[in-house]
Design a protein around this ligand. Sequence first.
Ligand SMILES: [Zn+2]
Length: 240
Amino acid sequence: MIEDLKKILLMQDVDSRIDRISAEMDEIPREKLIHEKELESQKSDYDKEKSKLEEVRESSGKCSEVKVATEKTLAEFKNKLLEMKTNEAYRAMMEQIKFAEKKIGDLDSQIIEKMYEEEQGEKDLVEAMKIWERNTRRAEKRQNILDGQLEVLKENMEELMAERIDIASGIGKRLLDKYEQLRTAGRGLVVVGLQKGACGGCLTNIPPQTAVEISQGETFVCPICGRFVVWKDDSSMAGA
Ligand SMILES: [Zn+2]
């Protein structure tokens, strides 16, 4: 195997580590976004509980206001009752009084019901706040860990990039261009091993005589995919 190809193999190794690290780096903002979405949804749960409680309190306040007004009317009715001149008018006023008394009774039940709702609403609000706060703390911790990981990955990346520049400087321009071209095209490995007598990249069979030459250290360019086919530790001949 010519010296340049050995360097290309080194480069390939560095590049696959670069790919792994860049995939890990991409994963970090994705995870952060998931935590942010979770917190947003918990904040919105808390807001919902809060406005629900406010509604209950408002409606309870209205019931109390109506009750006060109805009690006032009832008192007026009771005073007027004494002034009624006919039986008919008296009965009609009694009806009004009964109606007002019933309304007050209904309002009392509603007010009690609202009290229970308010009590439950307060508990629910506290619970929603606890969940939101707990997860905010947890997310902050996780964010810090992720930020730390990102720093380490960046450092590793810088080292690998420097290593890559170093290796590239020792490779001939034509071969390097070819390597970059295949890599950019997303063809994966540029130097592949002979595998079962075929190109390890595109699996095209290689003539037996050429395969023998490869096994003796010759380098061969696959006519189909353009990769360099070499003899590697795990290489094998056809039928092996
Ligand atoms: Zn091939």
